[in-house]
Design a protein around this ligand. Structure first.
Ligand code: TPP
Ligand code: SF4
Ligand code: MG
Length: 313
């Protein structure tokens, strides 16, 4: 899984090529961590590049931005960002991030997680972070597999997909991560993909601007396990497979996901809506706790809702 790259070519692009990080975002790289460990063609590198690009536009330095991640190839990418980074236990980044945000409400807190980290072992933490509406941004890189540990099936693996734990094809239905976050109470929900880094950048920016729990799912590709095992081709082929997704960045809400029928004989990746899927306002956890120093949700002039006021009285 390791590839030797110098710091000018830190992030892989499609087909085993590389995207040179030469612009403003280069200063946000943690050069001492190079070479990175992502496989050629891995979608996570494209997402890291796009993320650095947004960060370099928004911030002079990352002194007030903290990244929290669990375990996985996706979670690993925070190690390459020159910011305050907390690499925590598998599935637990949202718990650590919640504690951090309550202790330091002035910080911008970004959680990076994977479909295994955030939906499997950490699924419970995700729904409760969304329910509490903690003011942080959670980016979930969904490559439909556990990449780091050898390609086991994840809760997002599509029906029929071959993985190391489903050698005869997956027989379990996958989660729709965005719908799950929305149902659990996330106040900003969006989906993006590594195929369209600019769309990712726009949605990531909106997620950072949003006050409350923002959830951004990014469809990414594990070339090494998911791609190879299912014969989806090289990195470029997998990226082109994502072209079937329709972006609708300004088409707020109300898009019904069109999931193609799949059979368990032939794995087909679903076509899911891309863009902002949900946006609402609720008091944040910091506000309901009366913690000062964070951003205001603007709901009811920052006053607690009736139930909480009755409790106080
Ligand atoms: C408590 C615990 N259980 C299991 C593991 C092994 N483990 C490490 S990463 C991982 C899955 C990561 O999958 P995902 O979050 O989808 O990341 P990816 O590598 O696909 O980006 C697992 C099962 C662990 N590190 N700790
Ligand atoms: S997610 Fe897959 S392709 Fe990417 S680094 Fe991990 S094993 Fe390699
Ligand atoms: Mg994964």
């Amino acid at each position: 899984m390791s590839t030797v790259m110098d710091t000018d070519t830190a992030v892989h692009g499609a087909a085993g090529g590389s995207v040179a990080i030469t612009g403003k975002e280069k200063r946000l790289l943690r050069h001492a961590m190079m070479p990175h460990m992502l496989c050629p063609g891995c979608g996570h590198g494209i997402v890291l590049d796009a993320m650095l690009s947004v960060l370099s536009e928004r911030y002079e330095d990352l002194d007030n931005v903290a990244f929290v991640a669990g375990i996985g190839c996706s979670s690993r990418i925070i190690g390459y960002i020159d910011a305050c980074t907390l690499h925590t236990a598998h599935g637990r980044p949202l718990s650590f991030a919640t504690g951090l945000k309550l202790a330091r409400p002035d910080l911008t807190v970004v959680v990076i997680t994977g479909d295994g980290d955030g939906l499997s072992i950490g699924g419970n933490h995700l729904i409760h972070a969304a329910r509490r509406n903690v003011d942080l941004t959670c980016v979930l890189l969904n490559n439909e597999i556990y990449g780091m540990t050898g390609g086991q099936a994840a809760p997002t693996t599509v029906l029929g997909a071959y993985t190391s734990t489903t050698p005869l094809g997956n027989t379990q239905h996958p989660f729709d991560a965005a719908e799950l976050a929305k149902a659990a109470g996330a106040t900003f929900v969006a989906r993006s993909q590594s195929y369209r880094p600019q769309v990712f950048g726009e949605l990531f920016s909106q997620a950072l601007d949003h006050v409350g729990f923002s959830f951004l799912e990014v469809m990414s590709d594990c070339t090494e396990y998911f791609g190879r095992t299912n014969r989806f081709g090289e990195g470029a082929d997998m990226l082109m497979g994502q072209a079937r997704y329709e972006p609708s960045i300004d088409a707020d809400l109300a898009r019904i996901p069109t999931v193609e029928p799949v059979t368990i004989k032939q794995p087909v990746r679903p076509v899911l809506p891309i863009g902002v899927l949900h946006r609402s306002s609720r008091l944040t956890l910091e506000e309901t706790l009366g913690i000062e120093g964070g951003r205001s949700s603007g709901v009811a002039d920052g006053k607690l809702d009736d139930a909480v006021q009755r409790m106080d009285g």
